[in-house]
Design a protein around this ligand. Structure first.
Ligand code: F6R
Length: 245
């Protein structure tokens, strides 16, 4: 596991964007695994700037996002489809037909999860998976559990996630109760993983996940067993690990 130390959120974003950009320059037809949330927004902003300067070209890339709410259509302003178009896809040149997210409007969960895993396999697997990490160590929507999940599956959102997300919806009743997410095994099958983490509120989780035991109670801890993982973390996120670095 490589820990890449960044000064702050902007530095973290630039460093991670550099890794993604190098991946795409070295292999223009890369299959990229992408994430939503606040952690990768700065990366997308940086990649958009480099794209407009002509430094990186996504025209041959294929993308697969980690997750999507079940029950939201792509045009819903809280769907991850909408987030990705607004924050990245609308400004770069990934061809529409090579942008993949789980289809939240497909309510047949078994069918949708099977379709998504088959599409990842058919694309040749993921070359580089970008990840954020939740306060409890979750990756994708893989929450702390007794075991590590395998392929793409449907999860019930926890009460705390519903509570945390209700501010984005008209009321708590409108928050989707379920989501489709790549499983931990899907994530671990990516040939290369880049996880970005920023802020003091995640410092304890960083220590547990990357310097503690590998356990499904802290899903991101499994990344310790991956052979090509870079954790790009800012000083605040590493503030409880200074004795270990
Ligand atoms: C996003 C995702 C989540 C987030 C995590 C961190 O697609 O799957 O696991 O990466 O919740 O979110 P932020 O970056 O908002 O702190």
């Amino acid at each position: 596991m490589k820990i890449i130390r960044a000064k702050d959120y902007n530095d973290m974003s630039r460093k991670a964007a550099n890794i993604i950009s190098a991946q795409v320059i070295l292999k223009p037809e890369s299959v990229l695994g992408l994430a939503t949330g606040s952690s990768p927004i700065g990366i997308y902003e940086q990649l958009i700037k480099w794209y407009h300067k002509g430094d990186v070209d996504f025209g041959a890339c294929t993308t697969f996002n980690l997750d999507e709410y079940r029950g939201l259509t792509p045009d819903h302003d809280q769907s991850y489809h909408y987030f990705m178009h607004k924050n990245f896809f609308d400004a770069v040149n990934v061809p529409d037909e090579r942008i993949n997210l789980p289809d939240g409007a497909q309510l047949d969960a078994e069918r949708e999860c099977h379709r998504y895993d088959a599409a990842i396999r058919a694309a040749g697997g993921i070359d580089l998976q970008l990840l954020g990490m939740g306060l409890n160590g979750h990756i994708g929507f893989n929450e702390p559990d007794e075991y590590f999940s395998k392929g793409t599956h449907c999860v019930n959102l926890t009460e705390s996630t519903i509570e945390a997300n209700k501010r984005f919806f008209a009321s708590a009743d409108d928050v989707p109760r379920q989501a489709y997410t790549m499983g931990v095994q899907t994530i671990m099958l990516a040939r290369r993983i880049v996880l970005v983490v920023s802020g003091e509120n995640k410092a304890k989780t960083v220590r547990e996940a990357f310097f503690g035991p590998v356990t499904p109670r802290v899903p991101a801890s499994i990344l310790q067993l991956h052979t090509d993982v870079s954790i790009v973390a800012d000083e605040a996120a590493l503030s409880l690990c200074t004795d270990l670095l």
